[in-house]
Write a new protein. Sequence first.
Length: 84
Amino acid sequence: VIAPVTVFIALLPISLGGFGPREVTFVTLMATLGVPAESALALVLLREACNLATALPGAILYVTSRGFASAEGMEAVGEEVPPP
């Protein structure tokens, strides 16, 4: 019950990327189960760090190869490449 509520709150357009409301919601709901606030906050921040760490390699590949692939792809299909 805690995870879906936390995800729903994080998806509301009230902050960038859900940072802030997600953590407050998770800590508050975990407190109802008797989990100390420090432990709940550490858990939600660790989970977010893992999410970012797994997305980082793909983001780096996307940013570094995007321009080269576009120009080469356009030439390969016979389209004009706009001048720089």
